[in-house]
Design a protein around this ligand. Structure first.
Ligand SMILES: *[C@@H]1O[C@H](CO)[C@@H](O)[C@H](O)[C@H]1NC(C)=O
Ligand SMILES: *[C@@H]1O[C@H](CO)[C@@H](O)[C@H](O)[C@H]1NC(C)=O
Ligand SMILES: *[C@@H]1O[C@H](CO)[C@@H](O)[C@H](O)[C@H]1NC(C)=O
Length: 648
């Protein structure tokens, strides 16, 4: 019998000589078939499937042209040339990087997309990232999520104490894999970590924060993203794996730890394997993997809303949030860690509210500004009404892992707490006044469009005196001059949001609680709308803000990435198509692949320094606390601890 290699080279030779013979290829193992239909697969197998698609020059040109033209709209592009301290880690010449990717030789489509994914991730702006659905279809899961806590006055890294209860929820398909390879991950829960990949554990955490985490300009906040932490996801108490134990990437098979197991004194070396969880759309083989996960869908690109029947009739709602793909397989916070106190009214969705045993402290865990636009507002009203009726006098707001959401819900919560007497509850904002942006506004005006169609028309905004702009007003031409890092970067005129027009619940005229008795806790992972809300509370009301966790001895901001509005690629394309300028040479082409190059479209300018976006103004929390065995992943214990420290 000929060896497979011989046979293959024989067939190649035959096929070259007689290309039209239509010879059947000997069935090579097909890497995507091997993993089809499985919820969990070894990362190397997932990677083999993803790497089976050859590099395609047409797709490169398409994606890079799209990206280059979308970057024209990215408010912070020129800041990256020399990011100011403490954000200097995020310094990069974006255009030079794109030129490098367009010239580089790639073997596979994966390699190309991985470069773009890593590049945009390391911009550390969660609003501005390339998500190729084909290659973000897996989340690696390490059965050893890490935490940082203080024990006996010393901070250190540990494997999460609850990891058995937590990860067992992934079910027998997950746990039986480790049984099948004879790896006992359960005994690692609570182990003290001495080294990771041969480095001091905090040094390795810094490395993940610099290369994997993304989303936040502040390195200190990214450090907290590396650890596992509690959150609200899907309306329930959930636990995020963290970026070491749950990266959206399958390029690593294992992580080697030096650790001391619970009840042991011996330092041992343990190589902990990852198992990849499939987040994408089911497939049966390579062709269907590509078709279902990689090819552009009806929703990849935008539409001309003028062609929609029936026509839109409500205002579009601005969003500012991160995309955390780990929410797709969100698992619950183990029940023993969930609050034992009864929730108060308005706790069904992204907000969970409680009254602490002291009877004076109301807690609102605002896990997101997304979900139901109307439901959020009624939940705020219900919770605060119940707090007042129960005699609560101080309010603790937990913003841990709040990824943002509707811009106007941040304004709503701010104005509800501060009273409508404060007037405008948001930031002064702009978008970039590039030539295509100017043509979009002009096109919208020519078609007589308004805020029910587009985000670019002027009636989305108000003049700085609070009067809503008429939809026919061109706030983009001429643009206002602005220079950053030596580059001219004209912007739109400055304007306000018009969120009050969208509120469904009345806002009280005066604050329901003394604003000095309102405090905020979080883990720094507070993105977009959450960052704007907490920055407003800091800038306007000097609210006490406490951040938990982080690397000992290093500083950390209280807010993550803070743009004023994000546009998904499909949103921007809808603006372009609806304004009738898709044929303009500056317009980004439709994507051929299923993916999203989202960008930060609007800047929020600080009230402390009107020439600085809040994203680039360092605002530190007044309080920093390490987590302890008691408070890590235990929101109720954390709130009781924080209430004792912050309301004195
Ligand atoms: C590259 O991608 C384009 C667009 O999807 C496709 O039409 C073309 O066939 C691909 N080229 C190769 C060599 O596969
Ligand atoms: C460690 O020792 C304590 C006290 O003997 C025991 O209750 C606990 O189950 C042990 N934990 C492990 C993981 O062996
Ligand atoms: C607010 O400013 C705009 C633009 O300058 C002006 O047209 C409008 O009359 C002003 N409104 C009020 C109430 O002053």
């Amino acid at each position: 019998m000929p060896s497979p290699v011989r046979l293959a080279s024989f067939l190649i030779a035959v096929a070259c000589i007689f290309p039209n013979l239509g010879l059947a290829w000997p069935s090579a193992p097909e890497p995507c078939v091997k993993i089809a239909g499985k919820a969990f697969v070894p990362p190397a197998d997932a990677l083999a499937c993803q790497k089976s698609f050859p590099f395609n020059e047409t797709l490169r040109k398409n994606v890079l042209t799209n990206m280059a033209r979308v970057f024209d709209f990215f408010t912070f592009e020129n800041y990256y040339l020399n990011s100011p301290p403490p954000f200097q880690e995020s310094t990069v010449n974006i255009r030079a990087a794109l030129a490098k990717f367009s010239a580089k030789k790639y073997k596979t489509d994966y390699d190309f997309n991985k470069d773009l994914y890593d590049f945009t991730t390391q911009l550390n702006d969660g609003h501005t990232r390339w998500f190729p659905d084909c290659y973000t279809a897996f989340q690696n899961v390490l059965p050893a999520p890490v935490i940082t806590i203080e024990e006996n006055s010393v901070q250190g890294v540990y494997i999460a104490f609850d990891s058995v209860e937590f990860l067992s929820q992934l079910g027998p398909e997950f746990t039986s894999y480790f049984d099948s390879i004879g790896f006992d991950w359960k005994r690692l829960a609570g182990a003290k970590v001495v080294q990771i990949e041969g480095q001091d554990p905090y040094a390795y955490v810094d490395h993940i924060a610099s290369t994997v985490s993304g989303n936040y300009l502040d390195h200190g906040i990214r450090v907290n993203s590396v650890f596992t932490s509690y959150r609200i996801s899907g309306g329930t108490f959930s636990q995020r794996l963290g970026d070491l134990a749950g990266p959206n990437d399958v390029s690593k098979d294992s992580v080697t730890f030096r650790l001391i197991a619970v009840n042991s004194t011996k330092v041992e070396t343990v190589k902990i394997p990852y198992l990849a969880s499939f987040l994408g759309i089911p497939f049966t083989d390579k062709a269907s993997f590509w078709q279902n996960n990689c090819v552009a869908t009806d929703f990849t690109n935008g539409v001309d809303l003028k062609n929609l029947t029936p026509l839109r009739s409500t205002r579009r709602l601005a969003r500012a949030e991160i995309i955390d793909k780990s929410n797709i397989i969100a698992i619950d916070l183990p029940p023993v860690f969930q609050p034992s106190l009864p929730p108060v009214a308005g706790s069904r969705g992204v907000i969970k509210s409680f009254i602490l045993p002291d009877k004076k402290t109301g807690v609102m865990f605002v896990g997101s500004f997304g979900g139901s636009f109307g439901g959020f507002q009624t939940d705020v009203v219900s919770a605060i009404t119940e707090f007042k009726a129960a005699g609560v006098t101080q309010l603790l707001i937990d913003l841990t892992n709040n990824g943002g959401g509707f811009v106007c819900l941040g304004h709503f919560l701010h104005q509800y707490l501060a009273g409508s007497k404060i007037g405008y509850p948001g930031f002064v904002s702009t978008s970039r006044g590039n030539p295509l942006a100017q043509k979009i506004v002009a096109g919208d005006i020519a078609f007589g469009l308004d805020a029910t169609f587009t985000f670019y028309t002027a009636d989305n905004w108000a003049f700085l005196n609070g009067t809503q702009m008429p939809s026919s007003f061109n706030y983009n031409t001429p643009p206002a001059p602005f220079v950053i890092n030596g580059r001219r970067d004209p912007t739109s005129q400055r304007f306000h949001d018009t969120c009050e027009l969208a509120f469904s619940q009345p806002v009280p005229a005066t604050p329901p609680f003394d604003l000095n008795k309102v405090a905020i806790v979080n883990n720094g992972n507070c993105a977009s709308t959450c960052a704007m809300f907490s920055t407003l509370m800091n800038e306007k009301h000097k609210t006490k803000i406490a951040v938990f966790g982080g690397k000992p001895g290093t500083q950390m901001e209280f807010k993550g990435m803070a743009g004023n509005q994000v546009l998904e690629w499909a949103d921007l394309d809808t603006e372009i198509k609806t304004a009738g300028v898709k044929n303009d040479p500056l317009a980004p082409p439709d994507l051929l692949v299923s993916g999203n190059f989202r960008h930060n479209w609007r800047t929020a300018w600080s009230f402390f320094d009107e020439n600085k976006p809040i994203a680039y103004l360092s605002e530190l929390p007044k309080f920093r606390f390490p987590y302890t065995k008691d408070t890590y992943n235990n929101p109720q214990n954390l709130w009781i601890f924080a209430a004792g420290k912050l309301f004195t």
